[in-house]
Design a binder for this molecule. Sequence first.
Ligand code: NAD
Length: 481
Amino acid sequence: MKRILNFIDGQFRPPCSGRYLPNLNPATGQVIAEIPESGPEDIDAAVAAASRAFESWRRTPAEERSRLLIRVAELIEENFDELAQLESEDSGKPIALARRIDVPRAIHNFRFFATAILHAETPCHMTDDRALNYTIRQPLGVAGLISPWNLPLYLLTWKIAPAIAAGNCCVAKPSELTPLTADRLAELTLEAGIPPGVVNIVHGPGGSAGRALTSHPNVPLISFTGGTKTGADVMARAGPLFKKVSLELGGKNPNIVFADADLEQAVATSIQSSFANQGEICLCGSRLFIEKTIYEEFVDRFLGATKKLRIGDPQDASTDVGALVSEPHLRKVEGYVELAREEGGTILVGGKRPENLPERVQDGYFLEPTVIAGLDCQRRVMQEEIFGPVVTVTPFDSPEDAIAYANSTRYGLSASVWTQDLQKAHRVAAAIETGTVWVNTWLLRDLRVPFGGMKESGVGREGGFESLDFFTEAKNVCVKL
Ligand code: NAD
C-alpha cells in the first residue's frame, strides 16, 4: 500500500505528527493508500520553505517561469494514462471522464497560464500634462491553495498554475479524500525543474491543515474551492488578517428548457449536466425547469435516457456513472432522497443503490441516477446542494416564472438556458443571478472568461487575466512631470 508524504522544499517528508489517515477507493471500499495527518507544524514548514523560495522565484524572468510551467504540462501529458487511472481509483469517477476532462484540463491549465504571463499588460494613465501614472502588478508571496475532491487534479492545477506563473510560491492543501494525483503532480514539478519550495503540497484534514493555512500570518492570499459552509470558516479566519481571498463554493444550478428548444440536444446535454461525475460537479444542473407545454415529452425522454446510463466499475471504459466519493457522502445523498419523499416528492426513477454490480465493486458507494418530481421551489431538496446523481424536474408557465424559480435559492453559480429564440436567451441570461449562464450548452469552458459565483456560491472571479489579477497586487506609480 502506498504511503503518501508531504512535499515541502522539494522533498517528500513525513508529517510532524507521525500519524496517517486511510485513503479509500470509493468503488471498492478498499484502503489504497495512507496520507499524512498534517497540522500547523507541517504548514509552518511549508510556508517557511515557500517564503525562502519566493525571494528568487519572484525575480525569475517570466520567460523562464513560462518554460518550466510548459514542461509540467508536457509531463502531465506524458503520464496521461497513469494520472487518469489514479484519479478514477481515488474519486470513483469513470475513467472515461478522467480521460476526457480531468487530465486534459490539468494540462491546459499549465499551458494557458504559462503563455498568459507572456502577454500580460498593465495600464498607463496620463494626468493631463501634470503626471504619468503607470500600474505594475507584483506577486504577493505565499499563496494558500485549498481544493476539493470532485475534480482533484483539475482544480488543484487551476490554482497552482496561475499562482506560480504570476511569481508567487504556494502551499497547496488538496482534499484528504483524493490525494493521489496531487502526490504525483508533486513528483512531476520536481522532474520539470520547478525550484524547491515554489510548490509545496501538504496533505491532511481541513480542520487542522486547512485551518492552519487560512489563519497563517505569512500567507497573504487564499484561493479556496469547496463547500459554502467551509467557505464561511475560511473567510472568518482569513478576514481579520486582511488576506486576499477568492472563494469558489457550492451551487444549486437551474437548467431551464423552453418549449422552442432543440429537444434532442437539450435532453442529451441535460443528462450530462445532471449525472456527469455522479452529479459531483459544482456546475451540475440539479434543478430542471421545463416549460409546461413540453414538460411531459421532455420528462419521458429524459427518464428514458437516464435508464440507459451504465452504472458500474469506474475502471470499465464504458461506464457512465461511477461511485460517489465516500460512504458518508453516499448517506448524505440518500438522506436527500428520503427527504424528498417526506416533502411530498415522487421518485420517478432511481433513488436506490444499484443491483447487479460487478463483483469487484459490490462494496462501493453507488447510487442510481435519480429524478424527483412534485416539489415546489421552497422545499429543502430544491434549496440545498445535494452534490450527487439527484435532480428535480418542475414545470413552468412563463419566462418570468422560470427566472423566479432559477433565482429562488441562496446559490448563484451557473445556469443553462435552452431556447432557439435569441432575444429570449439574452433576456433570461441577463436576469439570472449566477456567475455563468450557458445558452444551449453546458460546461463549455474557455479559460479566458471570468469564472465564479454570486450570492453564496462565492466571492471573486478567477479565470484568464482575472486569475493573474487575483494572484498579483496592483501598484500605482505616479510620476510628476
Ligand atoms: P469541503 O468544503 O468539505 O472541502 C474543500 C477543501 O477544504 C478540502 O481540501 C478540505 O480538506 C478543506 N477544508 C475543510 N474544512 C476546512 C476548514 N475549516 N478550513 C480550511 N480548509 C478546510 O468541500 P468538498 O466536500 O471537498 O467539495 C465539495 C464542495 O465543493 C461542493 O459544495 C461543491 O459545489 C464545491 N465546489 C465548488 C466549485 C466551484 O468552482 N465553485 C468547484 C468544485 C467544487
